[in-house]
Design a protein around this ligand. Structure first.
Ligand code: NAD
Length: 257
């Protein structure tokens, strides 16, 4: 699909008429910025490690040095990355919609760097570092001996990224706000998520049960595909700019979509 006229007309109409658009994004939207999804991260240097095992409290206890090296590598990727057309389109969509909530599972901060304002980070942000014991933010620390993680200069506990590890609870307030947005939206776009990480993966069902139209944008099928009313099998960097184009036509041209 190369132009907005090829989009399903009912979908375009629902988007244009929506009073509240909610979007749930996952690692796939940042893939086009060069940040690998967890599936892609299992190639190259880190091929023999399972990201789900590295991003866990157990791994931090058992292999703090390894977890730290992995997160340092991922932070480097995030620092080098730039928002792509998918991120930029969502920032623009926010300016076109009466109400807009962007719920992300991503920890890379690229939505905010693209200009999105109302962003709910369900899984934290990799660029913040906190002490494992008290969760206070730490900005400077001494390098650690090999095989260990650096320590908090105040309390001496291990430092960790301010992200939600597999098996940990999500920040309650963020999850509450995301659930409210899912209940209140007219349209939910589900972009670049494999739909297997809960509770984030339950939000499209919440939106659907509350009467929203749910659209999935993902080149691959996922467990969420069957509940989606609309499925666009395209990369986010292609599909989202088309959606914005389609919405803008209504604003400026009224050209009979
Ligand atoms: P995932 O890695 O499990 O799934 C990624 C999904 O994106 C897949 O379904 C894939 O088909 C799809 N995809 C790949 N390229 C795409 C593209 N160009 N456009 C649209 N979709 C595309 O990711 P997840 O569902 O987000 O769950 C994994 C967990 O790991 C989440 O917490 C996630 O945020 C985190 N994670 C975050 C980052 C990041 O912040 N950039 C990177 C890796 C993993």
């Amino acid at each position: 699909m190369e132009n907005p006229h090829a989009l399903p007309p009912t979908f375009v109409q629902r988007l244009r008429q929506a009073r509240h658009i909610a979007v749930l994004t996952g690692a796939g939207i940042s893939a086009e910025s060069g940040i690998p999804t967890f599936r892609e991260a299992q190639t190259g240097l880190w091929a023999r490690y399972d990201p789900q095992e590295l991003a866990s409290p157990q791994a931090l206890r058992r292999q703090p040095g390894l977890v730290w090296v992995w997160y340092t590598w991922r932070r480097g990727l995030v620092q080098q990355a730039q928002p792509n057309p998918g991120h930029l389109a969502l920032a623009e969509m926010e300016r076109l919609a009466p109400r807009f909530t962007l719920i992300t599972q991503n920890v890379d901060g690229l939505h905010q760097r693209a200009g999105s304002q109302n962003v709910i980070e369900l899984h934290g942000n990799i660029m913040r570092t906190v002490c494992a014991a008290h969760r206070h933010e730490v900005t400077q620390w001494e390098p650690a001996p090999e095989g260990e993680a650096p320590r908090c200069p105040q309390c001496g506990s291990v430092l960790r990224p301010d992200v939600v590890f597999f098996g940990e609870s999500l920040p309650a307030e963020a999850l509450q706000r995301a659930t409210e947005a899912a209940q209140a939206c007219d349209v939910m776009l589900v972009v670049g998520t494999s739909g297997v990480v809960y509770p984030a993966a339950s939000l499209p069902g919440v939106a659907k049960d509350a009467g929203a139209l749910v659209a999935e944008i993902n080149p691959q099928p996922t467990p969420l595909s069957s509940l989606a009313d609309i499925v666009l099998r395209q990369p986010a960097g292609k599909a989202l700019p088309l959606l914005v184009q389609a919405m803008k036509r209504n604003f400026f041209a009224q050209d009979g979509f």
